[in-house]
Ligand binder design. Sequence first.
Ligand code: UTP
Length: 289
Amino acid sequence: MNKLITKAVFPAAGLGTRFLPATKASPKEMMPLVDKPLIQYVVEEAVSSGIDQIVLITGRGKRAIEDHFDVAFELEEDLKAKGKHKLLSEVQRIANLVTFCYIRQKQALGLGHAVLTAKRIVGDEAFAVLLGDDIIDAEVPALKQMMDVYKRYPSTILAIQKVPKSQTQHYGIIDGKRIEDGIYLVKDLVEKPSPHEAPSNLAIIGRYILTPEIFSSLENTKPGKGGEIQLTDGLRLLMNKQPIYAYEFRGKRHDAGDKLGFLKATVEFGLKNKEFGEEFRSYLKKLKL
Ligand code: UTP
């Protein structure tokens, strides 16, 4: 099996109901953390992990994502004319980050269904899946860490993180056997179990390395919770054929698809900002008084 992962699928066709009304007409993925849209953080993570082709799964109302990663002719000319070279090079850098192709998921039938739409473009090779809601602040990009695990365990790898037991109903939860520090062999997966049904507190976070066999598993997956084709259910079918591993990545994950998670991420990224982080810190300190 080829041990290099070069393609990444970005499912971004969800309706973003947790963030309504902001997401009524604007993609959740374009909400900015300080000055960059969420999706750009995740694209940059993929690129710095070695991904050279991104397959973005979009839907209605998501055109702004395509425009963000395209050239912006008028804007660039304007910045040139006004001598704003730093902004110009930043805007141009975004369009040159990586090769994109776009697929429209015509109906939001679930994350598993969204991944399945990429079948023909991905072909017969292992690939990564990254969700724009999960922003992971890490010294070594989280996907790169997973790729390193994949080199030793060339099979499906799920990113996981320990969550409070009271939160299990928000995640896919694994039951796993620890095989080395931070790495588990998955024995079972449950989509959004209540705390008393959850087999552990190890939650699946929005980074996956998947083998191409996931596609036939998804084709055989019936709609599950919420009438959607769940990726977790497809992975359960796959588990009968191939080992699935889970990896506890090093880094801090923010759930930016949730209002409170987004606010916390905004504050933390604001505090780290080189230009005004210190000023923001003293502003927040004064607020507490
Ligand atoms: P979520 O379960 O977070 O759904 O999807 P959502 O619609 O984005 O947001 P909420 O929960 O309603 O607020 C997880 C990921 O799967 C994508 C979403 O865009 C998100 O990145 N997704 C989900 C699709 O691409 N298609 C779907 O049909 C469902």
